[in-house]
Design a protein around this ligand. Sequence first.
Ligand code: NAG
Ligand code: NAG
Ligand code: NAG
Ligand code: NAG
Ligand code: NAG
Length: 934
Amino acid sequence: MAIYKWPAADGRSRRWSRIYLLVLCAALYYYYSGSAAFQLANYRPLDPETLAKRERIIAQCRYTRTPAGPPRNFHSRDHSDRYVPDTKPTLIKNARIWTGGQNGTEIVQGDLLLQKGLIRAVGNFPLHFLENFQLEVVDAHGAWVTPGLVDLHSHLGVGSAPDLTGADDTNSYKAPILPWLRSLDGLNTHDEGYELARSGGVTTAQILPGSANDIGGQGFVIKLRQVKERSPTAMLVEPPFTLNGTYFDHDLPPRWRHMKHACGENPSSAYSMTRMDSGWEFRLAYESARKLRDAQDKFCSKVEAGLWSGLGDFPEDLQWEALVDVLRGKVKLSVHCYEAVDLDMIVRLTNEFHFPVASFHHAGETYLVPDLLKKTWGGAPSIALFAANFRKKREAYRGSEFAPRILTSHGLSVVMKSDHPVVNSRYLLHEAALAHYYGLPENVALLSVTVNPANAMGLGHRLGRIQEGELWSRCCDIYCNSDVVIWDSHPLSLGATPLQVFIDGIRQFQTPHVSVKPPFAQRCPDTPKFDKEATEAFEYEGLPPLTPKSAQRAVFIDVGGVYTRSNGELAIHQNPEVVVAHSGKIVCAGTRMTCSEFLNDEIVIIDLEGGVIVPGYTSYGSPLGLTEIRLEPSTNDGRVYNPLARDPPAIIGDTLIRAIDGLQFEGRNMLLAYRGGVTASIVAPSGDFVQGVSTAFSLGAHHLLENATIKSDVALHVSITMNGAQSVSTQIAALRHLLFGTGGDEMLERVRNGRSTLVVDVNNADIMATLLRLKAEYENRTSKTLRLTFAGASESHLLANEIASAGVSVIVTQPKPFPDTWDERRILPGPPLTADSLVSVLLAAGVNVGVGLTNEFEARHLRFEASRVVLSANGSIDLATALKLVTTNLEKALGIHDTMPQDLVAYPGGHVFDFEGKAVAVISEQLGRIDLFV
Ligand SMILES: *[C@@H]1O[C@H](CO)[C@@H](O)[C@H](O)[C@H]1NC(C)=O
Ligand SMILES: *[C@@H]1O[C@H](CO)[C@@H](O)[C@H](O)[C@H]1NC(C)=O
Ligand SMILES: *[C@@H]1O[C@H](CO)[C@@H](O)[C@H](O)[C@H]1NC(C)=O
Ligand SMILES: *[C@@H]1O[C@H](CO)[C@@H](O)[C@H](O)[C@H]1NC(C)=O
Ligand SMILES: *[C@@H]1O[C@H](CO)[C@@H](O)[C@H](O)[C@H]1NC(C)=O
């Protein structure tokens, strides 16, 4: 800087120097005016009100730039903000603790101390420290303990169970862009789903708005325990300060906010838009947010430069503030997106507007585009998946059970979620266990419902792990909430059920009921290899060929046992050394010697490694064979007319609708079911009230004319529900009229004469009682037998004895019980909530019970559902009975047990009761061949 030298004092230069000085002062004034320094120099004390306002604005501006997350001293807190005073500390002794540490591989044998809502100690710690505490002591007897499960995607409480029109707050249908909505405003505290979710070990859930909108609104994270205040707000975990409005203490570090976006079919169909419209709606919304964000930043730059004059107010807009926080990286965004086309749009959007995505949900095609995911602005999101809930709509058609393992192999974080009630949140762990069955590594499977979702919602600092606090810690990074679950078996074994659940250190079950598990369930299931299938899923872009290869003859060696259908019962042949099958039949079971005449070089040899050959299962309850993509009408048989709702077309006359006339073959759900060991399906037309006549057919057939039909007309199906177009009493009256009347379809005549079965789809016990009365009345008046079966039958435990003495069969189609509707609100949930479960009560009463499933995508897992029934029955149901539930009992209930072909399925080693083994071959008498899945 030049030194200004006073010039010699002659008149002229003095005049000039005065001008210089004036110019300099003017320049300095111009330069400094408005600046803090100038104001300091011209300090006039501000009135306290202005001062306070400026301080608020300075804090608000600082807040806009502060990243979200826990406060710096979070881990040194000595109690949880959710701690309920007077909760006794709990010592869980002698546990096998999966901590979630070390990439999900750390297992600690020892004890666990829960105190003040935190995990205070893990492993082996000095117990004499605890003498001063009033401890609750729980002996885990070596049981598995995990962190409470975290459900990243749930509509619990905003949807409604039972489904009631007065309580459905999942979606707003006002506009495609609604970032200002809050799921919390619709959170019903009385939903039946809370207790059921807890009984599955779920302790935390992110409650998201539905997917009817591109931007559906803000999500909130809740703990699932009951709270003293009984309010939705009291259930929240670390709610963002914005909850209380715009004016809060901006000196606090921001907490994570949560928001839902959706693309693809759902928002498109809700607003008659196309994907192109959705893309534009998003861009328009983000442009509004960007303008507001920029205006705020400009404002704050002035504030930070002290340029207060004429500044005006902080630019705000209640509608866009949440989306501005997305741009500021303070919102954990959950984006519902299935297909590559939708994922690509969102990835482009993030790069246009510069915001991160926390998680892609459903994300059916993510495993096909891992490189695209990595281009997301801010890094690849977590991927939140279903294990197997695919193909119900076009955008889910290419979903794969191998997606979790493929995404993991690309280094992406995988989350398994429920989308409750799409998958009942109670079975969140089942999703992880199923993903594990299909090849997701054990450590990641457990991370996928604990650590990974907790991180994806920005709450990994307190949820999802069992990590101790400072008291005796090796490291004190993490200081988790005391949400833990003690399990009755290895958490990835089939049907693992909590023995006890703690949320915020509070025990959730006063008298939990326990079904004692077999020893094999205490270890991680030894899952089969699916490497080839996983490679093909990727190679064929989600549509790998599923049609099996066929052979005329095959030899099975090292066979552990053979079960066959025999006069409607199961026959057991123990341990033949070899089994020879030819043209769909077992032609020899014995030693190599006794079967030597059948052995030659040309045959296929399959080593069963001690595994079993069992009857193929029969599917019932879903439209398997009549539907391919449920929500695409052009791929389905469609629904039959409801004669109670409108007059049937005259051209149909009295003819009942027959499923056989609508059958379609080689569908993906059918072939996957076949590969899952389901060889036959009995399917009724879909509809309300009189559905029509069911048919039984082989799932392995290529078309109808290939001896596909086992029996063309099986039973007459009727559904009676409180949710019908007409009253229950009207439906009963119409049924009475059909039964006591004359004429009509030949099948009706058969039912009237006791030669065919009447299957009534009914869940409600009161309606079942009425039907039992109608049956007695019919039999008394006509002296004929009415062969009656209840399907669905969620409340049938209430009438088990009456049903047994009336000789009525029951087909349970919700082995995972849930009160979807008022009809079935009185479910019997089973352990840990009740000692008994529906199937065990019915069996104990002497009812003939079968098990079915209502979703066609689930048919492939029928074996697992039968096993679940056994595993929750505390040893009262054995293997043979379990098999009968999905074979002979079911067939008896439909009156078709005499007609079933001897179709058999071979499983190599492993426990058919657990997530082990996979079907390798079907010996199909029906099709006269052997189908090979290897
Ligand atoms: C965590 O485990 C998975 C599966 O075993 C593995 O793919 C991944 O690389 C591991 N991550 C780290 C950071 O070690
Ligand atoms: C909202 O305000 C209430 C009442 O002042 C307070 O108890 C609560 O902690 C505030 N919530 C948040 C998230 O700031
Ligand atoms: C059958 O009907 C007769 C006469 O209507 C009645 O007396 C009798 O109690 C009925 N029996 C049963 C089992 O309903
Ligand atoms: C299960 O069986 C065990 C004995 O094996 C018994 O102690 C326990 O009470 C039974 N549990 C229930 C819920 O019935
Ligand atoms: C057709 O199926 C029946 C059983 O329903 C079986 O007895 C018959 O052998 C089959 N025919 C052929 C050609 O496979």
